[in-house]
Design a protein around this ligand. Structure first.
Ligand code: AMP
Length: 397
């Protein structure tokens, strides 16, 4: 995976269409409550401006219908972006047609134009070629910096590449370098930690990881489906009986490939799903009816820590327990500490997909991780080994 980036092209005097992920949370008065996604794109925008480009920014906000609900307008982002860039940002009331064409034509090198919400047009998500062509007509070259939508083939990422050469922005480059290159050529030992609620959400990731890793840690709610499939008592723990065969198949696949599987040996069980539930620690073969496992136990944390010691590559997706309740966050904390230690000692660590970022944030160890992937669904599909259309269509070097 050797994709062209903005450093590989000459942008001087060019109009550059940049697909960004500015899908920021806003309150009911359209105040931006978290500007992280905008802040993270500034290096790409500033690089283009410093190198003499006229920058046309396109993004989506929320899930609007064709009624163009005002609450999904990009207008509030214009003000925030101007503040963060320290310069005026022009705005077009539509992303295609006359307003966009006029504004783009008048845009000079060093200037920034933000287009109205791409998803006010249903053609965006349908990857309509005519719509993609209209977007492309605004610029000379395209940059894709919206990793979060790269698992979707939409007009502004995949479609536009038919009409304009498209290269990766810095954010996209980082995701490709960390996840893409790590999966292609990992330093060993390579350990994957897969947790979270359901096996059904993670089948693809577990299966792909078994093809690549030396050790796989399976924790969180999904571990109980594996336990039950092996005949262990799980009480009222989360369980997907229709996935027993699959769980057994995955364990067999790991065994055949010589991949070590680490499952919980003890768990913290609760008498109800609540922060203030009564709880106790029991071995996995001693879970009684009426109790449910909401976290891994101390012996398991030790096993996880041992499995991660000396790792050179770590990929972590999904918490080890119901980390949202402090009483059941210890297993997740133990894993975060072990991943941070491995990273300190030279491992590349990647965390992302699902609820992993929130879980990591709670442990306060986020800055100890090599790469926190921001993609959500895109990260999961990347970890599943799927070809992401948004990345695939970026020009090769
Ligand atoms: P995911 O988005 O797939 O990473 O799943 C994250 C969710 O899994 C979190 O909301 C956790 O509370 C939940 N979870 C983790 N372990 C358990 C468990 N043992 N029982 C129920 N839910 C769990």
């Amino acid at each position: 995976m050797n994709k062209k980036t903005i450093k590989d092209i000459d942008v001087k005097g060019k109009k550059v269409f940049v697909r960004v992920d500015f899908n920021v949370p806003m309150d009911e008065n359209q105040n931006i409550t978290n500007d992280t996604r905008i802040v993270k794109t500034l290096p790409t925008i500033n690089y283009l401006l410093d190198n003499g480009a006229a920058v046309i920014l396109a993004c989506h906000v929320g899930r609007p219908t064709e009624a163009r609900e005002p609450k999904f307008s990009t207008k509030p982002i214009r003000a925030k972006l101007a503040e963060l860039l320290g310069k005026e940002v022009q705005w077009a009331e539509d992303c295609v047609g006359e307003p966009a064409e006029k504004a783009a034509a008048a845009l000079k090198p060093g200037e920034v134009l933000l287009l109205e919400n791409l998803r006010y047009h249903k053609q965006e998500k349908k990857n309509d070629p005519e719509f993609a062509k209209q977007l492309a007509s605004l610029a000379d070259v395209a940059v894709d910096d919206a990793f979060g939508v790269s698992h979707r083939a939409h007009a502004s990422n995949a479609g536009i590449t038919k009409y304009l050469e498209t290269v990766a922005g810095f954010l996209m480059e980082k995701e490709i370098n960390y996840i893409g290159k790590t999966l292609e050529n990992p330093q060993r030992p390579f350990v994957a930690i897969i947790g979270g609620a359901k096996v059904s959400d993670k089948i693809g990731v577990i299966s792909n990881m078994i093809d690549k890793v030396d050790t796989i840690i399976i924790g969180g709610g999904m571990a109980h489906t594996f336990d039950a499939a092996k005949g262990l008592p799980i009480g009222n723990s989360l369980c997907e009986p229709d996935k027993f065969d699959l769980a057994r198949d995955l364990l067999k696949k790991a065994e055949d490939k010589g991949v070590k599987v680490v499952l919980p040996v003890d768990v913290v069980v609760a008498d109800k799903f609540a922060a203030d539930a009564n709880k106790k620690i029991v071995d996995v073969d001693k879970v009684e009816d009426g109790w449910q496992a909401l976290d891994s136990g101390p012996k398991t944390s030790e096993e996880y820590t041992k499995a991660l010691a000396g790792a050179k590559t770590v990929i972590w997706n999904g918490p080890m327990g119901v980390f949202e309740f402090d009483a059941f966050a210890k297993g997740t904390e133990a894993v975060a500490k072990a991943v941070a230690k491995a990273t300190d000692e030279g491992a590349i660590s990647i965390v992302g997909g699902g609820d992993s970022i929130a879980a990591l944030k709670k442990t306060g160890l986020s800055d100890k991780i090599s790469h926190i992937s921001t993609g959500g669904g895109a990260t999961l599909e990347f970890l599943e080994g799927k070809v992401l259309p948004g990345i695939d269509s970026i020009a090769n070097k």
